[in-house]
Design a protein around this ligand. Structure first.
Ligand SMILES: [Zn+2]
Length: 289
């Protein structure tokens, strides 16, 4: 599953490439991959131009001039490939990124008026592309529940701390992974930011001090911004707009580094635990339970 930085990498790549008017939509998986009425497709997708490419949490939103939007969830193996004057693939890295398309994983193919194309491929078919009125996106159940965007400029330390009060009796790792607390944080950036803030992932939210919340806020934003800068995490098998594998994992301090030394403590080995049902990486000296 991609995390916020991976989807943001996809968004930034698409934003500069998909411009123009959609003239054709070919769909190979109507039930799950593209559950939209043909009448809506003809009325609101065909002939519409791209107005904006947005992201909310891990969901990609392509706004159209018809006041409809394409809502896209890549899930486990979704992938978007643009073929025009330049070609790039973003998402699950398999041969479909470089093969001639469509191939057997192609679910949706959009053709633009300059004959460039956008392919939505998805081997395991968990992902989807939904066409809906732009104003209705805010009414999707997930959108009503999802927490604030942690990288927004106006998201403050005070708001961050306040979001956790709803999960006071759970451990901090479970709380930070809860999408209703903050949006888009998954396993990699949870472990990296907790190590950065020197907080043990099993500690109860109620035990975290104001100073520790401040540290966690700063660390979370730093690791996510760094990951976007580096094009997402290659360990999650996402590649960026230029077709390069993301390199955040080259900078990871604890994630999937069990058995290696803590960057702060050359003599201490990073351990792997299970917290909140997830593989969790800690330094037993930096992070005390
Ligand atoms: Zn350490």
């Amino acid at each position: 599953m991609p995390e916020l930085p991976e989807v943001e990498t996809v968004r930034r790549g698409l934003e500069s490439l998909i411009i123009g008017k959609i003239v054709k939509a070919e769909v190979h998986d109507t039930k799950k991959g593209f559950p939209n009425a043909p009448n809506d497709v003809n009325a609101f997708l065909i002939g519409a131009s791209i107005v904006a490419v947005r992201r909310r949490a891990k969901v990609l939103l392509i706004d159209l001039s018809s006041d409809y939007s394409l809502v896209i969830h890549l899930k486990m193996t979704g992938q978007l490939v643009f073929v025009g004057k330049t070609r790039f693939g973003a998402g699950h890295p398999n041969d479909s990124l470089i093969n001639s398309l469509p191939d057997k994983s192609t679910r949706v193919k959009l053709t633009f008026d300059d004959n460039s194309k956008l392919f939505f491929n998805d081997q395991r078919k968990f992902g989807w592309v939904k066409l809906m009125p732009t104003v209705e996106i805010q009414n999707i159940d997930f959108m009503k529940k999802v927490g604030p965007e942690p990288l927004e400029a106006d998201f403050t330390k005070e708001q961050f701390k306040e979001r956790f009060t709803r999960r006071a009796r759970t451990n901090i790792k479970a709380a930070i992974l809860d999408q209703t607390v903050v949006a888009g944080v998954g396993n990699i950036y949870a472990d990296e930011s907790l190590w950065g803030a020197k907080i043990h992932p099993k500690r109860l939210v109620a035990s975290i001090t104001n100073n520790e919340f401040d540290q966690l806020y700063t660390e979370l934003r730093e690791v996510m911004n760094l990951a976007i800068e580096k094009g997402g995490s290659s360990n999650h098998t996402y590649i960026n707009a230029e077709g390069k594998r993301g390199s955040y994992m080259d900078f990871a301090r604890v994630f999937r580094r069990e058995g290696l030394a803590c960057p702060r403590h050359p003599d201490v080995i990073i351990e792997k635990l299970r917290v909140a049902g997830r593989g969790t990486h800690i330094c037993p000296v930096c992070q005390v339970e």
